[in-house]
Design a protein around this ligand. Structure first.
Ligand SMILES: [Zn+2]
Length: 202
């Protein structure tokens, strides 16, 4: 997906268009131009009459079109900004599928610290612990069941399947800083076979 504005496409306003190809982009711009034309918008009418003048000269028109296409091709792809909930659930999914280092590189703040009782509280130790766990349970699966966001906190309730007879309900709480996870708390319960709870743990 790339972004161009109405003005960049010989229009008259800062309206943004998002498209995957230059043809799509030109089509969106044309549609918007027609809408503005029907509204009788003065600036767009002026821009359109200039465009009509250009269309009288096929050579110049072609040159303009070719240059715009080059400009479009050179544009970087739009960065899709993830919200904190998406970061939290993507982090858990990635880390659980064995890509622990990648998940940390992408989503975990350099000053990260945590409250897991089984490990020292720093970033490196928990990452190593998770990598160890991935090796021990290579078929581990993670599924997010629900997530909640408030302020800089995100809570994710998930199902962790370590192996066919080892299933856990895990609740992670993440605190965010600068779009990265900076602090983490967690609580878990095993899905035991002889539980008296007829509702199950999920
Ligand atoms: Zn416009």
């Amino acid at each position: 997906m790339k972004t161009m504005t109405c003005k960049q496409l010989r229009g008259a306003c800062d309206r943004e268009f998002h498209a995957n190809t230059f043809e799509e982009m030109a089509e969106l711009s044309k549609k918007h131009g027609m809408e503005m034309f029907q509204k009788g918008d003065k600036d767009h009418l002026e821009a359109m009459s200039k465009m009509k003048e250009l269309m009288q000269k096929p050579e110049a028109m072609k040159e303009w079109f070719d240059n715009k296409r080059k400009e479009f091709d050179a544009l970087p792809d739009d960065k899709i900004k993830m919200n904190n909930k998406e970061i939290a659930t993507t982090f858990l999914k990635m880390a659980s599928s064995g890509k622990v280092k990648d998940a940390y590189d992408k989503y975990v703040h350099p000053d990260f610290f945590h409250h897991n009782a089984y490990f020292k509280g720093d970033r490196e130790t928990l990452m190593k612990g998770m990598e160890e766990n991935s090796k021990q349970f290579p078929d581990k699966k993670y599924e997010t069941l629900r997530s909640l966001e408030e302020g800089d906190l995100v809570t994710v309730h998930g199902k962790v399947i370590l192996s066919s007879d080892k299933v856990f309900s895990v609740i992670h709480v993440f605190r965010f800083k600068d779009d990265k996870i900076i602090e983490e708390w967690e609580a878990s319960q095993e899905d035991i076979k002889d539980s008296p709870n007829e509702n199950g743990i999920f």
